[in-house]
Ligand binder design. Structure first.
Ligand SMILES: Nc1nc2c(ncn2[C@@H]2O[C@H](COP(=O)(O)OP(=O)(O)OP(=O)(O)O)[C@@H](O)[C@H]2O)c(=O)[nH]1
Ligand SMILES: [Mg+2]
Length: 432
């Protein structure tokens, strides 16, 4: 949405099981409101309902939809957003009943993604997710989209216009998949060359708004986008971080990427393979958790579900508890505060905005990844070894040629040193 546009006046509707807790309902509605704002909308009222079973025609009861319609007409609302997934029939019935645009949470999330995509790859992935979502929902030729007009729920990524014709969609899906396959293949090649690189790739992973990009800024100095709105990061970025304050010469490559949300739409998982692959291939994962959020435990669990789904082994993950500055401010009234002892050993507590705890975090990464690394000085006759091949298996700190000898100081894993010694044993001196 362009800044000069008025936020779209919206109503939230959500159906819950009769046993749903009020605190859970509040968390969900708060998050829906933030999602709506992130898409450029404004929530004027929420209408939660506890009911079982869901109404086949309208999801919520007939009385509820009438109440909502009266309210919407009186308040000049032009968009109804449902938390729950709507069936095709419900979607059509609701649009007919309200005579206004009706979208569900998935469509709202896809819309936020559409406004955030910048890179070609990001745009392709978002468009693919939107098309995968639309396809099963098309009954006639472009019927649903023709009702939508502009605004939330019908924005394509960037300049791309969403097409609503089934045949066009199928052709476009095939074309995008082809293009993305190419991206994935190219990435694989890049990754292969990184794989033969002793510098680890560390990926920031977490619930949206946990503070991943803020931490990325604090560690790399790179001015990536940071915002209280959701999904501010879409395209992955990779930058080098020095670990010199822990041990001279060590470093890593830090990657910031898209955040997750509870019940992540399956279309996003299908479409974001290229981005998710970056996480799968990382050497270490920093799972960033916002401890100021009263719901942090279930959010942590949601992210863990994704990590399990991606088959990330537990030993690759470091849990990083962020925003402790807020915890201290609200010590007496935050539910989360009671469950935290930030002096607890084995847990990493940080404040990305205050740059607190960053040294401990670097130390934890160092211990986890570099514990079997050593510092070596090697002197080999020139010609015996190709100096350009060394950075594939060791971090080269210094290199010089003297009296027919190549002198290098390197950091390398025990495993690689064993291999090296097998070949050039007589020429190695361990420094540390
Ligand atoms: N008080 C406080 N706020 C923080 C801290 N870290 C991040 N924030 C705020 O949290 C909000 C979200 O931060 P981001 O860094 O954009 O979060 P993210 O995890 O990258 O979010 P997405 O890219 O949307 O998934 C911003 O308003 C930040 O200023 C922190 O340590 N303390
Ligand atoms: Mg971010």
């Amino acid at each position: 949405m362009k800044p000069e546009e008025e936020p779209e006046k919206s109503i939230l509707v959500a159906l819950f099981e009769p046993g749903a807790r009020d605190s859970e309902i509040k968390c969900i509605l708060d998050e829906m409101e933030l999602l709506t704002r992130s898409a450029g909308g404004q929530v004027v009222a929420s209408f939660p309902q506890k009911r079982r079973p869901p109404d086949a025609r309208y999801l919520v009861g007939k009385g509820k939809v009438e109440e909502i319609k009266n309210f919407a007409c009186a308040q000049g609302v032009n968009l109804i957003i449902f938390y729950n997934r709507l069936s095709n029939v419900q979607q059509r019935n609701l649009e007919k009943f309200f005579d206004m645009k009706v979208i569900d949470r998935t469509r709202l999330i896809l819309d936020v993604f559409a406004t955030r995509a910048r890179s070609l790859e990001g745009k392709l992935q978002v468009e693919l997710a939107q098309l995968l979502y639309l396809l099963p929902r098309l009954t006639g030729k472009g019927v649903e989209l023709s009702r939508l007009g502009g605004g939330i729920g019908s924005r394509g990524p960037g300049e791309t216009k969403l097409e609503a014709d089934r045949r066009t969609i199928n052709k476009r899906i095939a074309l995008i998949k082809q293009k993305l396959d190419k991206v994935i293949r190219n990435r694989d090649i890049q990754r292969q060359s990184r794989k033969t690189n002793p510098i680890p790739v560390v990926s920031l992973v977490g619930y949206t708004s946990a503070g991943k990009s803020t931490l990325f800024r604090a560690l790399t100095g790179e001015e990536v986008a940071v915002s209280p709105l959701l999904f501010s990061t879409l395209d992955p970025v990779l930058r080098r971080v020095e670990l010199g304050e822990i041990e001279e010469g060590y470093c890593l490559l830090l990657s910031d990427t898209v955040g997750f949300i509870r019940q992540m739409p399956k279309e996003l998982f299908q479409a974001f393979q290229a981005t998710l692959e970056e996480i799968v291939q990382a050497d270490l994962i920093l799972h960033i958790i916002d401890v100021s959020d009263p719901d942090y435990l279930s959010r942590k669990e949601e992210v863990q579900v994704v990590l399990d789904h991606l088959k990330i082994p537990a030993e690759k993950i470091i849990h990083v508890y962020n925003k402790i500055d807020l915890l201290m401010q609200e010590k007496d009234n935050t539910a989360a505060a009671a469950t935290f002892d930030i002096t607890e050993t084995g847990k990493i507590f940080i404040s990305a905005t205050q740059k607190q705890g960053l040294r401990e975090l670097k130390k934890a990464i160092f211990v986890k990844y570099f514990s079997d690394y050593g510092r070596y000085r090697v002197q080999v006759p020139i010609g015996l070894i190709n100096p350009d091949s060394i950075p594939h298996w060791a971090i080269v700190l210094a290199k010089s040629f003297q009296g027919g000898m190549l002198n290098i100081e390197i950091l390398c894993s025990q495993e690689n040193m064993v291999k090296f010694k097998e070949k050039y044993g007589g020429y190695v001196a361990c420094v540390k």
